[in-house]
Design a protein around this ligand. Sequence first.
Ligand code: S3P
Length: 420
Amino acid sequence: MALYGTVILPGDKSISHRAIMLACLTEGPSVLHNVNRGADVKQTVAVLKRCGMDIQWQDDTVTVQGAGRRPFLQPHLPLDCGNSGTTVRLAMGLVAGYPLQVTFTGDDSLSQRPMSRIIVPLRQMGARISTRNQGYLPVMLTGGELWGIQYDLPIPSAQVKSAIILAALNAQTETSVTSPLPSRDHTERMLKHLGAPITMEGNTITVKPLKKSLKHADYTIPGDISGGAFLIAAALLVPDSEVLLQGVSLNPTRTAFLEVVKAMGAQVKVTKISEVAGEPVGDILSQSSQLHGITIPSDQIPNLQDELPLIALLATQAEGETAVSGAEELKVKESDRIEAIVTNLQRWGADIQAKPDGFVVRGFTPLTGGRVHTHHDHRIAMMMSVGGLVAREPERLDDKDCMAVSFPGFLTILDKLQHD
Ligand code: S3P
């Protein structure tokens, strides 16, 4: 059944987390529209409320009563970050410069994801941090006076970079962070937009201590391109489809998926229309396409990692070989995504082999459909649901609810787009 229609996507998850966190550091109310209503962003709100912030949700509008330079109060309970890596990692940086004693916890998946990458630089800045479980949650953090550092990130992670930048706002001296490759830069763009003393030059970001509250701003969060990528992939794969996504974030650190699918032969047209809080925004039109395999350059990987499950699926329906390497970070996402991608697609008859840092796919292969082991990972569940559209049998997911981590209503939208 062809897919046809126009979609206004839920707000970008990464931008939503940051917009809510930074609104705490302004004076007075900030009203944010089209906030991502996924479980991850709700977890960020719950964590900030536990730290005394006044935050109200109404549909997809969030009002944050900013409290300027002294926003957070001592929480009396641990800060449960659920499944959300962005919540825990950014919140550790956000609170590190305040005299608070905080315990961070998370669900089973988050408790198996590495936190040392945040703990090491924050300790260097002066935060006192201990773990009961050698670099994993729960993490106990005692914040207070911080000092600037010059830090070379060992991995190009936006979460680590952002944690250091957020901590640096409260340090006594200047901080600089250098990334081996570019990664999503929403924190930098938003801070600049809100008047923070931050500069970006190449892959180095310099942050001076924040002397006054951030500028207040009300805005509409642009649509989530990582969520939209599932609908783009569906339109490319299902014959006679045409799907228009409106108001999507076109931040160049998030559009590698579009570049890669275009290189695979996809018909995708992008129109930039406006700018919101320093973020380019526009529309994306995708049409059914004949795809061919490619070798993905490893310098694209940091800006493509959330979309790599979809690249694997598309590659099964493309002629020739697609190779992904330099993607070892996939192993420490919400699940071990190399294993989850490869085992699920192999079960459906795809020719895909795991590598220590990626995978190789040979297409075209028909997909059988049927059973899916999601590992409770939202991106695996959505990728296999798109796969189900071109498989012989429909998909049978062991967990549909996990999609609500980033994209509540995904299946309803996919359903509405389908026409005879
Ligand atoms: C995110 C950064 C990425 C991404 C995650 C969200 C963010 O992770 O995979 O879904 O909002 O900063 P890393 O920065 O750890 O690579």
